[in-house]
Design a protein around this ligand. Structure first.
Ligand code: GLV
Ligand code: MN
Ligand code: MN
Length: 444
């Protein structure tokens, strides 16, 4: 007899889990081939809904500017809640303005299994970041409803609020959101507190959304890679080994505003010049040691902001990321020390206001194995890889086992209107999510 290939073996293992889930719910056994045929989400509805979502906040470049707490965000959320109702989920908005769509399991005593993503975007963002995982999660729920499959665990499809502004909704749930952050001004112009209220949450009651460690069975998130590793290598599915820690600050540089025509060059306390030296220094410090750490100054504003006035004050952002939180802390210390020397060059001062911190999060080895099996059952190539982008999954990793599925981003472009993923890859990712949810429901 011919020995089974590795792929056939994985496929059989996965299919038997799926077969058992289906059989349990339907009360009769289905053959492997029948289940193979039905274990597919509706790819054309998925891609049509992604296209429909892209109309909310569409920008002239063809992407979206659907920043959290904007009118476009609110309108898109209403549509997504309708899609959840179609999938017989019962959506509600929690106090942190997360949308949670619930589906009962057969065992009420088991903790819920969560999966989802976000639908807010960066300013001038693309149509795939967050949207793919959100719409796919709803399609998975819809498949379960159509196939009349009841999972053991209760399921929750989660659309987290304000992911791009510092995974705000998911960190409220993991208990990592500091009260002081509520006063920060988001990209919408609203404070986070006002934004949460605008979407139907209640920032004064965030303590009630906090969940305890161990209170979830697990969390899966499907997402575009946002980098070019999978696309370049021609690999279909990334299995995330961990998500980088991210720390952000507002850096205030104080000098002295003065006349740009009458103040000699050697008598200026030019905050903008200090900012320019600071930006160059951040790049030098971050690249001075081996590793995948990154550092960015992505926002800068000068006061009073006139061509004929030497800037007296600049506020710029500083962001540092790495899988090792200790490395990020070390780099920040070096940057602060070097900034003091930069300030001494023209009598300017630097001070730092933390914006937020997402701690680095490894994924769970069992969840990685489940994703690998689900991908193999579908004949999809995989690679284990880190995530340089932040995700709600890193907050959920504080509560229970977390697994993330990546699909290729064409050209590695993201956070830009040209962000793109192929429909076939998106549908593959959604089917891997479906297989992983079914398998995890049985295994954990
Ligand atoms: C979120 O997309 C981030 O990585 O900033
Ligand atoms: Mn995202
Ligand atoms: Mn993003």
């Amino acid at each position: 007899m011919r020995r089974m290939t590795r792929r056939e073996f994985h496929r059989m293992t996965m299919m038997s889990a799926i077969a058992a889930a289906g059989a349990e719910a339907l009360g009769h056994a289905r053959s492997l081939s029948q289940l193979m045929a039905i274990q597919r989400i509706d790819g054309s509805r998925l891609t049509a809904r992604l296209a429909a979502l892209s109309a909310f906040g569409r920008n002239p470049q063809g992407g979206v500017s659907r920043v959290a707490y904007s009118d476009a965000d609110k309108a898109a959320r209403a549509t997504v809640m309708d899609w959840m109702r179609d999938a017989t989920l019962e959506p509600s908005i929690d106090f942190a303005a997360n949308i949670i769509g619930r589906r009962a399991g057969s065992s009420a005593s088991l903790p819920p299994l969560l999966f989802g993503s976000h639908i807010d975007s960066v300013p001038e963002g693309g149509n795939f970041d967050g949207d793919v995982g959100s719409v796919a999660a709803i399609e998975v729920a819809r498949w379960l409803a159509e196939q009349r499959v009841t999972t053991r665990h209760p399921l929750e499809v989660t659309i987290w609020s304000n992911e791009e502004g510092g995974i705000i909704g998911s960190r409220a749930v993991s208990g990592q959101l500091a009260t002081a952050e509520l006063a920060n001004v988001s990209s919408s112009g609203k404070t986070i507190a006002d934004g949460i209220r605008f979407l139907g949450g209640d920032p004064s009651r965030l303590a009630a959304v906090k969940r305890a460690k161990g209170s979830i069975a697990g969390y899966f998130e499907l997402h575009i890679e946002q980098g070019g590793i999978l696309d370049t290598a021609g690999i279909k599915v990334g299995i995330v080994e961990g998500i980088v820690g991210i720390r952000q600050w507002d850096v205030t540089i104080e000098g002295f505003a003065n006349h740009a025509g009458t103040t000699p060059m050697n008598q200026r306390h030019d905050a903008m010049l200090a900012a320019a030296r600071f930006i160059e220094m951040v790049n030098r410090v971050v690249t001075s040691e081996p590793g995948r750490q990154v550092g960015t100054v992505g926002r800068l504003q000068a006061w009073p902001g006139a061509p004929n006035v030497i800037p007296g004050k600049v506020i710029c952002s500083l962001e540092l990321r790495d899988l090792d939180d200790a490395k990020v802390a070390r780099l920040f210390d070096r940057i602060k020390t070097e900034a003091v020397a930069i300030g001494a060059l023209n009598q300017t001062t630097f001070s730092y206001t933390p914006l937020h911190e997402n701690v680095a999060a490894p994924s769970d080895p069992r969840m990685r194995g489940i994703i690998a099996d689900a991908a193999k059952a579908l004949g999809l190539s995989t690679r284990v890889m880190p995530s340089g982008a932040g995700h709600d999954a890193q907050a959920l990793a504080q509560l229970g086992p977390m697994g993330m599925i990546f699909i290729p981003s064409v050209g590695g472009i993201s956070h830009a209107p040209k962000e793109f993923s192929n429909a076939a890859d998106i549908v593959n990712g959604a089917n891997v999510l479906l297989g992983a949810v079914l398998a995890a429901d049985r295994a954990i």
